[in-house]
Design a protein around this ligand. Structure first.
Ligand SMILES: *Cc1c(COP(=O)(O)O)cnc(C)c1O
Length: 468
């Protein structure tokens, strides 16, 4: 399996080559040259595999240059009951009327990002060891990604993590999750400013090529291909759990922000998993809903991004979307470059007048919709009343749209992207009481916290990193 850039200027790279990379040098994203196809016999053989074995079979398609023995050891070490709470790793629960909830949020930070990042941490460790390299991760977070990255990389001897977050702007739970880590390789930096200012500082540090090389600075952001690949696995797992045989089709409903989670579902479909619909749910930040309804892609500026009660979806420029466009235009890097050039020049592009739009409408499986704060509250209430299950605000956005697009003949699997305990204020608003805490999280906020406060200043951050 070789990888190319979505903008066509690099090709022939291996999985190990792209594992530690961010953007390709031409500004594109790494994608496999072609999608692996799983034959029906093979799909049948996968049906009863336990999660780590299934992960091995699927990830092997994408990483044939990575030693098989090492991959086996890594998936076995990553996907355990100790780390993810159940031997199924992603248990499926019924929500009535052929709706199901796929539990993706039972990892260390209680959000689905753990599933990919726990694996990524162990893959990094292996590759750094082999190449005798070190890595400095510098990132900015407003919540879920930063903590999932820290829990994946804590205690790894060749990695240091510098994570910026806006001072006093995360929920007390999210802040305690990150700041209570005492590992010597984790540095939490509370920036006196907004999330955007944190991101600007990270970008400025990355723009200093000499500094970047000197400290081998890398990222674990959502464009990392291995994260997408790891997420493909639970679409298979969910499919097998919801069906009796492989001639059935299922649909998935996915609360979306950076388009990483649902794109993994699209990859699963291209690999031959019988997926009928991919229901893309947005919150008030509805750029992707507009695209799938009209063919017009108009990403908004940061200043026009709403702050909502499903904050991990407050994104107006979905970083993985370019991978989808690349596939829709048949892997034509020139065309991808032209389209995203239009975004830079004209603020967007309109695919509805291009021949490819038919492919999006007819074959991609995508349908979409938008969910608002009021929808979120109503859905949380309804699901609790009817099924006794408390879902988080992001999951509620997905369930809201799942109901709109559900068809009686086909199971509809809603992805649970976080546990409700992370978003206490909204749960109290919806239900009048907080969600119960999972075991091990009762005294989280009273644990000692370790962090430093910095001004939003790239030079200050560089000094901070250099000193450590
Ligand atoms: C990251 C996140 C999302 C969005 O996922 P994408 O892969 O960015 O589309 C949705 N819900 C929660 C809780 C998240 O943490």
């Amino acid at each position: 399996m070789k990888y190319v850039s979505t903008r066509g200027a690099s090709s022939g790279q291996s999985f190990t080559d792209i594992l530690l990379e961010g953007l390709a040098p031409d500004g594109g994203l790494a994608v496999p040259e072609q999608w692996p196809r799983i034959m029906p016999v093979k799909l049948q053989a996968m049906r009863d595999l336990a999660y780590p074995q299934l992960a091995f079979e699927i990830l092997r398609f994408f990483s044939d240059d990575f030693p098989g023995g090492a991959l086996k050891r890594i998936v076995d070490k990553t996907y355990t009951k100790e780390i993810f709470g159940t031997p199924e790793i992603t248990p499926l629960r019924p929500l009535g009327n052929n709706l199901h909830l796929l539990g993706l949020s039972n990892g260390p930070t209680l959000a689905f990002k753990d599933i990919a990042l726990q694996l990524l941490g162990n893959l990094f460790e292996q590759v750094l060891e082999e190449k005798d390299r070190r890595l400095t991760i510098v990132g900015a977070t407003s919540g879920d990604t930063g903590s999932a990255a820290e829990y994946a990389l804590r205690g790894k001897s060749r990695v240091k993590v510098f994570m910026l977050s806006p001072h006093n702007r995360m929920s007390p739970f999210q802040r305690a999750q990150m700041f209570s880590l005492q590992d010597a390789n984790i540095f939490n930096i509370a920036v006196e400013g907004t999330f955007d200012e944190c991101q600007d500082v990270v970008k400025a540090v990355n723009a200093d090529a000499a500094f970047k090389a000197r400290h081998s600075i890398g990222a674990v952001n959502s464009i990392n291909w291995a994260r997408v690949a790891a997420q493909v696995v639970y679409y298979f797992k969910g499919y097998f759990a919801a069906t009796q045989s492989n001639d059935q089709q299922v649909s998935f409903a996915v609360p979306s922000g950076n388009f990483g989670n649902i794109f993994a579902g699209y990859v699963a479909k291209q690999m031959g998993l019988p997926i009928r619909r991919l229901v893309l749910a947005t919150n008030e930040n509805d750029v992707l809903d507009e695209f799938f309804r009209t063919g017009r892609y108009r990403p908004r500026a940061t200043a026009d991004t709403h702050e909502t009660s499903s904050p991990s979806m407050d994104i107006s420029k979905a970083s993985n979307f370019e991978r989808f466009i690349w596939d829709i235009v048949g892997g034509d890097g020139e065309k991808v470059r032209w389209l995203f050039g239009q975004v830079a020049k004209e603020g967007g592009f309109d695919l509805s007048r291009e021949k490819e739009w038919e492919k999006v409408e007819e074959d991609s499986g995508f349908v979409s919709g938008k969910s608002t704060h009021a929808d979120r509250l109503a859905t949380i209430k309804e699901v609790k009343a009817m099924h006794g299950v408390i879902i988080d605000p992001h999951t509620a956005d997905g369930v809201k749209l799942a109901k709109r697009y559900a068809e009686p003949r086909y199971p509809m699997i809603c992805l649970e992207t976080a546990l409700p305990v992370k978003f206490e204020a909204t749960i109290i608003e919806a239900l009048g009481e907080p969600a119960p805490r999972p075991p091990g999280f009762h005294d989280l906020e009273s644990k000692p916290q370790r962090f430093d406060i910095l001004k939003p200043d790239a030079e200050a951050l560089k000094r901070y990193i250099a000193d450590r």
